[in-house]
Design a protein around this ligand. Structure first.
Ligand code: VG1
Ligand code: CO
Length: 544
């Protein structure tokens, strides 16, 4: 008897538009009958039959991950994929998916994750689709998926396809094979190619390197254990909270100073390891700490660019670098000093892929705790940890000394982000509308004792395919080297989140407390946008 393929009638959902990074909704919304199936079918519909050879599937272990993986596999078989590669336990970090797609030459991958959003039954779930280059679907593909989702009338599923995904193995169903793989092995190989593991091992063995990594009960636990402890010889116990849990142990795996308080406390001791780090739900973000020292992601990117020669992957030199627009301009200074290009892209990793594929950049990053290189097409949390360890091994300096030296050479962009969560969507939209009108006429306007020297709504033309992305955030440049950026988040699942990015350039006397120092400019930014008037909210919910 052949394999039964069920053709299921369905009605479209109107809200399946992917945001900054995939489709994110509450678990409750995702649990509606057909919601998951419709979106998966809409993804498959954008792939012609000849591009349905190999698909990678895995997620960050959050609530609903296993169930969603089982459905995705049964639908992939029904939709004619000949090989479906899935991580054991349905686990794969986002960078591991990117790595598998590239090394196995798959046609794409599905990441079951809402990344840094909270997990658990009352939390969020999400789906990201990555294309054959290993990178997040570009906007053109996401739009096509969305178009499909609004017209969808049927989806296909093979109900007999049920596999034991707890151990590596292969399962055949008619013309399809489901291959269950060790989630770490391929990713580990990728990193072995781009780092000098012997050098790092020696650093740990001789006591010149030490690390504390907090996996926050999310996906990076098994990866960090294997790489840092088993492979590089970091002492046992260096990796904490290493078991992925469906509710992330009740924590919020968005690695910032607020959510990683225990790690920050641990790193405050004089005897703390040289490097402290954490990652997010799906393993693509990183938090970097030294002893009693926090490295902003923007400065981290600049330090990595400065010390690129310490990383075997970049020994031939950096082709160029890129940062998302709201990321501080610290890396621009390093790039200028090195005489290489620095590209400014809209928020979201998908905008870096073309630059990588065209060989225009080797390294890039975002202020939102993301850095990555040309080894993959996703930001990569553990890679960044190994990058910092390589720099520490090469220079013999401390984390704080490296950042201080960056500031000394290039000046410091004192950086803060103010988030206003749970705003009313219409009110937030009205505020942004007001602000873009303001920006259009803001040049040479005086606000209190300051002057706006330039203002615009950021628009990006991709240098490779010339695709245009409009309305990517509002920028105000003040006469005293201050930049204010405003944009609405595209990853939240309830109401609107306004992000204000504040940066203030200091050439000298750089040792200030960023939070204190930017407070006045934060208030100015809120006043300019008339946030209280439009939304009734007078203070940010989170300052990072
Ligand atoms: C946020 C960050 C952005 C990042 C995105 C996905 O988006 O600002 O820089 O690329 O999350 O990260 P937004 O639209 O909420 O500002 V992840 O690790 O959640 O996939
Ligand atoms: Co993430």
């Amino acid at each position: 008897m052949g394999l039964e393929i069920k053709d299921v009638a369905t009605t479209p959902f109107t809200d399946q538009k992917p945001g900054t990074s995939g489709l994110r909704r509450s678990v409750k919304q995702f649990s509606q009958p057909g919601y998951l199936e419709n979106f998966i079918q809409s993804i498959f519909n954008t792939l012609p039959m000849e591009r349905r050879n190999m698909l990678v599937v895995g997620g960050d272990g959050r609530y609903f991950n296993r169930q969603a993986a089982a459905t995705t596999i049964a639908m992939a078989v029904a939709n004619g994929f000949s090989r479906i590669i899935v991580g054991c336990g349905a686990l794969l970090s986002t960078p591991a998916v990117s790595s598998l797609i590239r090394s196995r030459r798959a046609d794409g991958g599905i990441v079951l994750s809402a990344s840094h959003n909270p997990g658990g039954i009352n939390g969020d779930f999400g789906i990201k689709f990555n294309t054959a280059n290993g990178g997040p679907a570009p906007d053109t593909v996401s739009e096509e998926i969305f178009r499909n989702s609004r017209q969808l009338t049927r989806y296909f599923i093979a109900p007999q396809v049920q596999v034991n995904i707890n151990l590596p193995g292969e399962f055949s169903f008619a013309d399809s094979v489901v291959e269950v793989v060790d989630p770490v092995a391929d990713y580990r190989q990728t990193l072995e190619h781009v780092f000098d593991f012997d050098r790092l091992r020696e650093g740990f063995a001789k006591g010149r390197l030490s690390v504390r990594f907090d996996a926050m009960h999310a996906i990076t636990g098994p990866y960090a254990r294997e790489l840092l402890e088993d492979c590089l010889g970091a002492c046992s116990g260096s990796v904490v909270n290493a078991e992925p849990r469906e509710d992330f142990g009740g924590q919020h795996p968005d690695p910032n100073l607020g959510n990683a308080k225990t790690l920050v406390g641990f790193m405050a001791a004089k005897t703390a390891p040289l490097l402290g780090a954490a990652s997010d739900g799906d393993g693509d973000r990183n938090l970097i700490l030294g002893r009693q020292f926090f490295v902003t992601p923007s400065d981290s990117l600049a330090v990595i660019a400065e010390h690129a020669n310490a990383i075997p992957q970049f020994r031939a030199g950096l082709a160029g670098v890129a940062r998302s627009m709201p990321t501080s301009r610290a890396v621009d200074r390093v790039a200028a000093a090195k005489g290489i290009d620095c590209f400014e892209t809209p928020t979201g990793w998908k905008f870096f892929s073309n630059l990588f594929d065209a060989g225009k950049i080797s390294l890039c990053g975002e202020e939102s705790f993301g850095t990555g290189g040309d080894h993959l097409r996703e930001k990569d949390g553990l890679w960044t940890v190994l990058v910092w360890l390589s720099i520490l091994a090469e220079t013999g300096e401390s984390v704080s000394a490296l950042v201080q030296r960056l500031w000394h050479h290039h000046g410091r962009f004192v950086y803060s982000r103010h988030d206003f969560d749970h705003l009313d969507t219409d009110q937030a939209a009205a505020m942004m509308m007001y602000l873009s009108g303001f920006a259009a006429n803001a040049k040479r306007t005086h606000i209190k004792d300051r002057q706006i020297v330039a203002a615009d709504v950021f628009r990006y033309i991709d240098p490779v395919d010339h695709g245009e992305s409009h309305n990517q955030g509002i920028r105000l440049f003040l006469d005293d080297d201050v930049r204010l950026v405003y944009r609405l988040s595209g990853t939240g699942t309830a109401g609107a989140t306004l992000r204000i990015y504040i940066e203030n350039y200091l050439r000298d006397n750089v040792n200030v407390d960023a939070r204190q120092f930017n407070r006045g400019n934060g208030q100015l930014a809120a006043d300019i946008a008339r946030i209280e008037h439009f939304t009734g909210v007078c203070a940010p919910s989170l300052v990072t």
